[in-house]
Design a protein around this ligand. Structure first.
Ligand code: SAM
Ligand code: SF4
Ligand code: SF4
Length: 334
């Protein structure tokens, strides 16, 4: 098991399957920037699934036990279900998950289930069509995502819903979202709006802190924290005292968790990032396609890179006067 400079292991691998998306969330891919003139990766630039297989095999040897498929929108990548099947059956990864905006989930739910997927995280920021449409940038109603969630629940998937909360935009949706998903036994996770990428005009004034969200939740529900002292989880979890289900807070801005960050992320074109806020990724594709490539050299290459890691952007955020250019969230996934 490989450990970085701060003793952090590598347990969690996030693979972005494409940088394309069918939404333009204001906090991730604002449409003014990601419009018709934006140049996305060409399909020929994507890592082949066989190359992803090589990488997954190496990462498992380094300690990875959990693989999440993300994007862009991962359901826009043809072949996602067959890849999931290989992750489960050939690579024997028990914990495979998918993060999706859910717009196409209704269509894909059955094949994902048949592939062996058990867990899906769906991003949705509001039930109110006006607010959801404003946040997803394209006026898309939450209807299709909600239908996808229902279809996935009917098939027995474990569902979590991620809601990015932005001051003055969708705070009014905290309680309606909580009621809606509590009634369906779905875990809702409130995410603090983060300063990822270079274009979402983030400022601390636009962040609704986890403690503000918790106060709002406490004003409506009886809840208690779940003791996670022995776990590596990044979400702070709470249970409803009526026993119905739980919800979570992801406080990446106000209560950072760099000390527990055991994630590696790979972009669709094969760049390895060890922090969401890095600029440079390590080019794995060129290495995989070079004459010198072999499995043991790849292991060496990856473990050396992880050993040198000292990322802790969130811990340093308040001291950073002028952040450098950062990778885009839609390019490496959340
Ligand atoms: N398109 C898929 C989706 O939206 O679920 C997967 C990729 S998306 C980049 C992954 C996650 O990142 C989503 O849950 C999204 O809400 C979150 N995200 C994107 N930009 C964010 C931001 N500025 N702050 C907090 N979370 C963000
Ligand atoms: Fe697309 Fe997901 Fe980013 Fe929204 S958060 S723009 S759905 S990649
Ligand atoms: Fe991990 Fe970087 Fe986020 Fe810290 S800032 S938790 S190191 S991704």
């Amino acid at each position: 098991m490989v450990k970085d400079n701060r003793g952090r292991t590598l347990t969690d691998l996030r693979l972005s399957l494409t940088d394309r998306c069918n939404l333009r969330c204001t906090y991730c891919m604002p449409k003014e920037i990601f419009g018709s003139s934006h140049v996305f990766l060409k399909k020929s630039q994507w890592l082949e699934f066989s190359e992803l297989d090589e990488l997954v095999e190496a990462f498992i040897k380094l300690g990875v036990r959990k693989v999440r498929l993300t994007g862009g929108e991962p359901l826009l990548r043809p072949g996602v279900s067959s890849f999931i099947q290989r992750l489960k059956e050939i690579h024997k990864i028990d914990d495979v998950a998918l993060t999706t905006n859910g717009v196409r989930l209704n269509k894909h739910a059955k094949s994902l289930k048949n592939a062996g997927l058990e867990r899906i995280t769906i991003s949705l920021d509001a039930l109110d069509p006006k607010i959801a449409g404003k946040m997803n940038g394209l006026g898309v109603s939450p209807k299709s995502t909600l239908a996808g969630i229902e279809a996935a629940l009917d098939l027995g998937f474990i569902i979590k819903v991620n809601m990015v909360v932005e001051k003055g935009v969708n705070e009014s949706q905290i309680l309606p979202m909580a009621h809606y998903f509590k009634d369906r036994g779905v875990i809702l996770r409130f995410i603090e709006f983060m300063d990822v990428g270079n274009h979402n005009k983030w400022s601390i004034e636009r962040v609704v802190s986890g403690s503000e969200i918790l106060n709002k939740m406490r004003s409506e529900f009886d809840v208690e924290p779940i003791d996670l002292s022995s776990s590596q989880e990044v979400a702070k979890r709470y249970r409803y005292l009526d026993g119905s289900c739980e919800f979570g807070l992801i406080t990446s801005v106000t209560q950072t968790f760099c000390g527990n960050c055991t994630r590696a992320r790979i972009s669709a074109d094969g760049k390895l990032f060890t922090c969401l806020f890095s600029n440079n990724g390590l080019d794995l594709k060129t290495f995989l396609r070079s004459k010198e490539y072999n499995k043991s050299k790849l292991l060496n290459f990856l473990s050396k890179h992880w050993l040198q890691r000292d990322d802790r952007y969130s811990e340093l955020r308040s001291e950073i006067v002028k952040p450098g250019k950062k990778v885009e969230m839609s390019y490496i996934g959340g």
